[in-house]
Design a protein around this ligand. Structure first.
Ligand code: NAG
Ligand code: NAG
Length: 228
């Protein structure tokens, strides 16, 4: 009888844990482009932004700057070096990500996820969505330098990266040692993937839910979503 009750409580606890969580995946990116949430027209309902974008040397993008991935003029907007992951402790990091395919559904919202597969199984991240598109709706495309330029490459214009970015176009560098190919201001965020997460992160499984944003993230991005 006691055993039965214990089993009942254990299953109830599991059900509670799983409630409100969605299954998803993680991938990586660092394309140097102005993020999609840098356009006011892309923000989610009630968000105040847009997210910051930067000039070539990581100062604030000048007014009227055009996305470096779709323009070759002289006043270009790139993503900012401050979008690298931030280690909180050995089990939790903060950061930024592209999430889903519909910018107006996700832009500036924050999510907490826990890996359920891969070397980081059991570790968590709280990320703010600053980009969207080119992934599945349950994927988080984590901003980590050397994470692969993907469909668009602003890193050649910003940093003189190879034509398909550092490492593979999709997935980027394949080892911690390759992080030394990156400019020095981006190396810490590249090492984060190999040293903190313990591997390449691509297609590792997660469960996630939306959370309110830590002020540490909104103060970097300059964008605040509607409270949940
Ligand atoms: C970027 O912005 C900073 C700060 O305003 C400025 O000092 C720097 O000259 C700018 N860089 C470029 C390439 O425009
Ligand atoms: C973001 O907004 C721009 C400009 O309105 C648009 O061209 C682009 O497709 C949008 N991106 C996404 C992912 O919705």
């Amino acid at each position: 009888m006691f055993k039965l009750v214990n089993i009942l409580f254990a299953s109830l606890a599991l059900a509670t844990l799983a409630r409100g969580q969605t299954a998803g995946t993680t991938t990586t990116t660092w394309d140097c482009c102005e993020p999609a949430c840098g356009y006011t027209s892309n923000l989610s309902a009630g968000a105040r932004g847009p997210v910051r974008s930067c000039n070539k040397t990581n100062g604030p993008a000048a007014s009227g700057a055009q996305n470096a991935c779709f323009s070759s003029g002289s006043n270009l907007a790139f993503s900012c070096q401050t979008y690298q992951p931030i280690i909180i402790n050995s089990m939790l990091s903060y950061g930024f990500a592209g999430h889903g395919n519909t910018a107006t559904a996700t832009c500036c919202k924050c999510y907490q996820f826990t890996w359920t597969s891969g070397a980081a199984a059991g570790k968590s991240m709280i990320v703010q969505s600053i980009n969207a598109g080119g992934i599945t709706d349950t994927d988080f495309d984590i901003y980590t330098p050397g994470g692969g330029v993907g469909d668009y490459n602003g890193c050649t214009a910003q940093y003189g990266a190879p034509a398909t970015g550092w490492g593979r176009q999709y997935g980027g560098v394949t080892s911690d040692a390759e992080c030394y190919q990156l400019p020095s201001n981006l190396q810490a965020g590249c090492h984060w993937r190999w040293q903190w997460a313990g591997g390449d992160i691509n297609n590792w499984k997660i469960t996630y839910k939306q959370v309110n944003c830590p002020s540490q993230l909104t103060s970097i991005s300059g964008c605040t979503p509607a409270p949940i």
